[in-house]
Write a protein that binds this ligand. Structure first.
Ligand code: FAD
Ligand code: NA7
Length: 454
């Protein structure tokens, strides 16, 4: 049996790890090949300074930016088979910066031979399925060697992420706006916005995090324009929320409450598309960013074609640990350890989760939903159990911390459900921590003082 994996971000790496863990337990695993279009693994966590196209003319995948610190407690995403304590050898704070989390992701996978299974600089271009052989043919493009070729697989795992291709709505008059306009996907840090009046359109994580970062680094004013509902945080002086932009007149944006303001720059924080240019339309997911994408049995197995697996396609509270739970489940389905029920049963199961999703009213309900979903997966495989219900409590505290102080919630310390270790206070309050490098993050307080003095 041959298994193809598209993408070596946290989800694709979780799939490799799941097979490795079976192998270590003495199970014969199938032949696996993972295709990654970037030159390294880590997906979003593999920061790139580039925007637009990469060195081969490939659309840039990365949407992360400088000065990005985890936007949820690390205790909520910790791998249950590889703790932060094991990786760093000491407690670290609850909200590490990107480079530190990237290091953690790499730490687990570097202990295996996973790199041998990955073909880097290789983009999946097209997938077809042969009903007679029950196999997928994948057209691949080795960008570094300028070579296209095909490979045949019995199962295909799509782990290509869904926070990369921008949703770019049009606003009347925006074409005449004289300042810079970009999508959050192309934001690479607050530096260009220092001293400027910035408009962010969108009312979710990107608008919140880019807005707060820009405020922290000295943007003169940050205005956040929402479509459905305000985020409603107690914003500091210099940040405010407005309802949706109706239109632009030159550098002035007009809002639906009749107010208007002049801006230097606009960033559209209007979310991302689920985009699968390498899949024929009948195999694509067409949902928006939601907790339970339609068509996926257990949020993983494509119901119309169960040899096609999707990982990480949900809106995410749980991240790395949920990808693990999915990958372990997918592994057991592919290896036949978990028998799939008939399609009618699977349809029923999907309908059950979709109905539960429809009943969600609050962010706490979101958390409970994703906890119950992940719990079902964890219980069905040998992924090391962890106290998911306690993690749900941490998520709810995190939501509360943000309500209390959107600028300082990252100074809180949580306790790991994997090791029982309480996070260490970081040497610098988040609002004063301007250097997001791992070197600075891991340096101790005395060392930091010395650095500052010199
Ligand atoms: P990705 O990380 O997107 O990886 C997908 C991989 O597939 C990429 O390496 C890509 O190059 C590859 N790929 C895509 N198409 C192809 C193709 N055709 N051929 C070959 N390879 C392909 N999560 C948190 O837990 N904490 C945070 O603080 C946090 N902050 C975030 C901030 C931003 C700005 C964004 C965008 C996301 C953030 N996330 C955060 C969520 C983040 O998406 C997940 O943590 C995680 O990266 C998802 O993993 P993934 O493997 O599913 O997708
Ligand atoms: P999200 O969480 O999917 O949110 C997208 C936001 O964009 C949301 O507030 C939408 O408003 C808004 N949106 C979408 N279309 C429009 C239009 N046409 N006009 C105005 N506003 C619009 O994406 P994010 O980028 O914030 O976060 C994604 C991930 O990146 C997340 O995991 C983070 O960790 C980082 P709505 O509320 O639907 O009215």
């Amino acid at each position: 049996m041959r298994i193809g994996i598209i993408g070596a971000g946290p989800s694709g790496l979780a799939q490799l790890r799941a097979f490795e863990s079976a192998q270590r337990a003495g199970v014969n695993i199938p032949e696996i090949v993972c295709f990654e279009k970037q030159s390294n693994w880590g997906g979003m966590w593999n920061y790139t300074w580039r925007t637009g196209l990469d060195e081969f003319g490939e659309p840039i995948h990365g949407s992360m930016y400088r000065y990005l610190w985890s936007n949820g407690p690390k205790e909520c995403l910790e791998f249950s088979d590889y703790s932060f304590d094991e990786h760093f050898g000491r407690p670290i704070s609850s909200y590490p910066p990107r480079e530190v989390l990237f290091d953690y992701i790499q730490g687990r996978i570097e202990k295996s031979n996973a790199r041998d299974f990955i073909r880097f600089n290789t983009a999946a271009r097209w997938v077809s399925f042969d009903e007679d052989t029950q196999q997928f043919t994948v057209v691949l493009d080795d960008r570094a060697n300028d070579r296209t070729y095909t490979e045949v697989f019995d199962y295909l795992v799509v782990a290509s992420g869904h926070f990369s291709v921008p949703n770019m709505p049009h606003f009347k008059g925006i074409e005449d706006f004289p300042g810079t306009i970009k999508h959050a996907h192309d934001f690479r840090g607050a530096d260009p916005y220092i001293g400027r009046d910035l408009l962010l359109i969108g009312g979710s994580y990107s608008a919140e995090d880019i807005g707060v970062q820009c405020h922290k680094y000295g943007t003169k004013s940050v205005t956040l324009s929402y479509r459905s509902q305000p985020m409603g945080f107690d914003w500091p002086k210099g940040m405010e929320e407005k309802p949706l932009v109706t239109h632009f007149e030159g550098d002035v944006a007009h809002f639906s409450d009749g107010t208007s303001k002049r801006f230097d720059d606009v960033i559209l924080c209007t979310g991302y598309q689920h985009n699968f240019p390498f899949l024929p339309s009948e195999y694509r997911l067409e949902n928006n960013n939601c907790l339970y994408p339609d068509k996926l049995y257990k949020g993983v197995v494509f119901n119309e074609q169960p040899r096609l697996i999707f990982l990480g396609m949900q809106d995410q509270y749980f991240t790395f640990n949920m990808f693990d739970a999915q990958a372990w489940f997918a592994r057991d389905v592919m290896m036949g350890t978990i028998a799939l029920p008939e399609k009618a049963e699977r349809d029923k199961d999907i309908a059950k989760w979709l109905a539960k999703q429809d009943a969600i009213e609050t962010p706490n309900d979101d958390v409970d939903f994703q906890t119950a979903y992940t719990r079902e997966l964890v219980d069905s495989t040998d992924y090391p159990d962890f106290n998911l219900e306690k993690v749900a409590e941490l998520f709810k505290s995190w939501l509360q911390d943000k309500e209390e102080d959107i600028l300082r919630y990252r100074d809180k310390c949580y306790t790991s459900v994997v090791t029982g270790t309480k996070a260490a206070e970081h040497h610098t309050e988040w609002m004063a921590a301007l250097d997001d490098s791992m070197e600075c993050y891991l340096s101790d307080e005395e060392e930091l003082k010395k650095q500052k003095a010199s």
